[in-house]
Design a protein around this ligand. Structure first.
Ligand SMILES: Nc1ncnc2c1ncn2[C@@H]1O[C@H](COP(=O)(O)OP(=O)(O)OP(=O)(O)O)[C@@H](O)[C@H]1O
Ligand SMILES: [Mg+2]
Length: 184
């Protein structure tokens, strides 16, 4: 069922962690403004990562940040709530709201400012922040499957929609390669 404000969605199978990493590596250049297929796009964008414990939200975020060019240790923000990085004038914010309890924390920690900057923002457990958060450009929902994980990517803005449209042909190619019998 399509959520309110959803423009388009794609569902795919991530059969092991390498697929999660590959998906992140496809999206990273689009948000960094370095994907030649999205030449006119301004850098920055917000992705919400949803899914039960251990479904791969941090795996995705780490692979994304690595593909964006972040070097050194990429820590999970589960305790600090926020880990931030900067690379050639672009800010990256990786947040995890699992332990977030009180919307006042939001204001105290200055998170509102993060969303106003032109920045790349990845948020795990966005639902824990209640309605403090505006809708993302893209929401990625991960769930356990018989093999690996199922992922659903839903665009909530025109920017997110342009990422999905850019991503779709390469996803079809990789699905055709992995699963030649799948015609639908
Ligand atoms: N597509 C996949 N198929 C199977 N295993 C995967 C896949 N992607 C990631 N994993 C594995 O699943 C685990 C995901 O752990 P991770 O910490 O990323 O989950 P999380 O969603 O961030 O959990 P939390 O809610 O605790 O923050 C890792 O062990 C990783 O290797
Ligand atoms: Mg995590």
């Amino acid at each position: 069922m399509a959520d309110k404000g959803e423009l388009k969605s794609i569902s795919l199978q991530l059969k092991d962690e390498s697929d999660t990493v590959a998906l992140a590596a496809q999206l990273a250049p689009m948000l960094c403004g370095t994907d030649p297929r999205l030449e006119t796009a301004t850098p920055g964008g917000r992705i919400h990562l949803r899914g039960e414990l251990g479904t791969g939200k941090t795996s995705f975020a780490r692979a994304f940040l690595r593909a964006a060019g972040i070097q050194g240790r990429i820590k999970s923000p589960s305790y600090a709530l926020l880990e931030s990085y900067k690379l050639s004038n672009l800010y990256f914010y990786h947040l995890d709201f699992y332990r977030f309890r009180d919307p006042r924390e939001w204001l105290d920690a200055g998170f509102r400012e993060i969303l106003q900057k032109e920045a790349v923002v990845l948020i795990e457990w966005p639902e824990q922040a209640g309605n403090s958060l505006p809708p993302p450009d893209l929401e990625i929902s991960l769930e356990y499957a018989d093999i690996g994980r199922n992922a659903r990517l839903a665009a909530h803005s025109n920017k997110g929609l342009s990422w999905l449209i850019t991503l779709a042909p390469s996803l079809q190619k990789s699905l055709a390669r992995d699963n030649p019998g799948a015609a639908s």
